[in-house]
Design a protein. Structure first.
Length: 617
């Protein structure tokens, strides 16, 4: 099969925060994509507001540069394990990868995940040891770890013969040797051209293109993105989409055709085999479909991604504050939006439940689902979600549950506390290493459900100085037992605004999550109790009016600042009998049963059922 020599398709893969997007910024600058006087933001490829806020890549992005007369298509991929579905489908479009590894941190869990996927597809890797300018960089030790990782993942002899570059994304240089004095990225570009092969093409055969991504345009409606495997595509050409689900054919006409030039899409009249392109005119096209010639509609192998590991129930908001802040509040709105998301988010599963008011949504991790929740609330949706639950499997007479590889990077004095806490959470210590800087790296294998809620404990143990990395590690034997919250919660028993007077006099009962003057309702969680039981409190009680004044009674009340939690922290904090109310302006934790008496009746019913079950055994 002939190879097209004037193009290279390459993906940049790495663990989160190892410098992928920053490296692409430097590559774009040094190849003239930006004018010399053009002002651009850092991490220009992270265009989504959520990506810029969190400092991570969530969605894959495309760009292209020209070097020595050859077009290099670059795809920036997510570095977080929860968005592995994005990585898996992007690898379908490329012929090689740039594997970035931090010179100080070395290979981390997501490095292993993305490299495994690349090696399974038979792709060649160019290793870039990044951030060699860090004071704690250990590039030679990092290279040894990378080689060991290749071997452990079953790399072929050809794949083990990978080129190595030493780089600094922030300062825009790469060299074949450490300290060789090179000040730009020319060695990187030359290595891509010499070690990443051009795409294998069959230009004379009937058209085939696998749709690996879809987008929506206000002017052109549905857009399909993919690489032309064989043949060519012209504007106004008649094609068919071979559906990956059932093999049915849907005829379409290409109304517009785009190619990537720098960060922009430019309309073109024709694209050849090997090109990454964007097609318009294919209504209802889905990821995994094959765009083919009408006379020879042959399908390509569909996309397959790892299965989800956790699930949540999304339902209509039924709290007393329902409908106050959201634009889309009905079950129809929520249902349509979630099923639309599942069309483009391959790692997401949406299923109906026994009621029209709720849907079961499954994803690759808490981050994966929390990004979905945050996206929906910013679009004006109002709903409520349950606590994340692991998806269990049955194999014969065994129950399996999802596990995760957990890596902690902590100060040496915090290592013992972390091991003790994780031991109680059924974690198994895999390895432990203390570096010359006094920091200890701990690796564990732990059930996913036992890791929920640990982040807050970890931040407390390490005083915010520890680093935590996690990655799915497949399914293993179910260990049983529940890992729940150690303390109960303070639950509002009243409707109305909170008062400073009430918060001050209840401060000895626990720590609050709310501010004075904030609206609450019965059943809403307002704080954490000092004991392991839930307590209903009146946070709306006001000071009784009196015509008697005294210096002591009129003194200002000093209230401890509340604990304000992020969306992910709330998802981790909740128990099974609680929900999270999500609106465009607010996040409120609440009891599933709002009325206090109804909650007590429900608790007694559960206790009697548990006792009856125990007696039967």
């Amino acid at each position: 099969m002939p190879i097209r020599e004037n193009i290279r398709n390459v993906a940049i893969v790495a663990h989160v925060d190892h410098g992928k997007t920053t490296l692409i910024d430097a590559m774009l600058r040094q190849t003239g994509v930006f004018r010399s006087n053009e002002v651009i933001e850092e991490r220009v490829m992270d265009s989504n507001p959520l990506e810029r806020e969190r400092g991570i890549t969530i969605f894959s992005k495309h760009a292209s540069i020209n070097y020595a007369g050859i077009k290099i298509n670059i795809i920036d991929t997510p570095g977080h394990a929860d968005f592995g579905g994005e990585v898996e489908r992007i690898l379908q479009m490329v012929d090689g990868v740039l594997l970035l590894v931090d010179a100080a941190e070395g290979p981390l869990p997501q490095t292993k995940f993305v490299l495994r996927k690349a090696l399974e597809r038979g792709l060649q890797a160019v290793v870039v040891i990044n951030k060699v300018d860090r004071s704690d960089a250990e590039p030679h030790a990092t290279l040894n770890k990378i080689f060991d990782l290749f071997v452990s993942l079953g790399a072929s002899d050809e794949q083990l013969d990978f080129p190595v570059l030493y780089a600094s994304s922030r300062h825009g240089f790469a060299g074949r040797e450490l300290g060789d004095g090179n000040t730009d990225l020319r060695p990187l570009f030359e290595t891509i051209l010499s070690h990443v092969p051009g795409p294998r093409v069959e230009p004379g055969k009937p058209l085939q293109l696998l749709v690996t991504n879809t987008e929506h345009s206000d002017y052109l409606d549905r857009l399909a993105i993919g690489r032309v495997s064989r043949g060519k595509i012209s504007k106004s050409q008649n094609v068919v989409a071979v559906r990956h689900q059932d093999g049915s054919l849907s005829p379409f006409k290409i109304t517009a055709l785009f190619s990537y030039q720098g960060l922009k899409r430019e309309e073109v009249q024709e694209v050849q085999a090997g090109d990454i392109t964007v097609l318009a005119g294919l209504e209802d096209v889905r990821i995994g479909d094959t765009v083919a010639d009408p006379d020879n509609p042959e399908a390509l192998p569909g996309l397959s991604v790892d299965e989800p590991t956790i699930s949540m129930v999304f339902s209509v908001n039924d709290s007393p504050f329902a409908g106050r802040e959201g634009q889309y509040v009905t079950s129809r709105h929520l249902r349509d939006r979630l099923y639309r998301e599942a069309l483009t988010n391959l790692s997401l599963r949406v299923e109906d439940t026994g009621t029209t008011e709720a849907l079961k949504v499954s994803g690759r991790g808490e981050m994966h689902l929390s990004i979905l929740i945050e996206t929906l609330r910013r679009e004006g949706y109002e709903f409520q979600v349950s606590k994340p639950e692991p998806i269990l499997r049955r194999e014969g007479d065994k129950t399996l549950e999802p596990y995760e590889d957990l890596t902690l990077d902590v100060n040496k004095e915090n290592a013992g506390d972390c091991m003790e806490r994780l031991g109680s959470r059924k974690a198994e210590l895999v390895s432990m290493h203390t570096g010359p800087d006094g920091r200890t790296r701990l690796s564990f294998l732990i059930p996913s459900r036992c890791l929920m809620g640990f982040r807050n404990e970890f931040l407390t143990i390490t005083r915010g100085e520890g680093l935590m990395y996690r990655m799915t590690a497949g399914y293993h034997a179910f260990k049983g037992g529940d890992i729940g919250r150690l303390r109960g919660v303070l639950v509002s028993g009243n409707l109305g605004p909170t008062s400073a007077y009430a918060l001050f006099h209840l401060s000895d009962r626990g720590e609050f999550f709310i501010l004075a003057g904030e609206e609450v309702y019965p059943g809403m969680i307002v704080g954490e109790h000092t004991r392991d039981i839930d307590l209903a409190v009146n946070v709306c009680k006001a000071k009784r009016a009196s015509n008697v004044r005294s210096k002591a009674s009129d003194e200002a009340l000093t209230i401890a600042p509340p604990r304000l939690m992020s969306l992910e922290q709330m998802l981790e904090y909740m128990n099974d009998d609680e929900l999270l109310e999500v609106t465009p302006k607010s996040l409120r934790m609440r009891k599933r049963i709002l009325d206090a008496l109804d909650r007590k009746r429900s608790d007694r019913t559960r206790e009697r059922a548990a006792e009856a079950a125990g007696q039967k055994k």
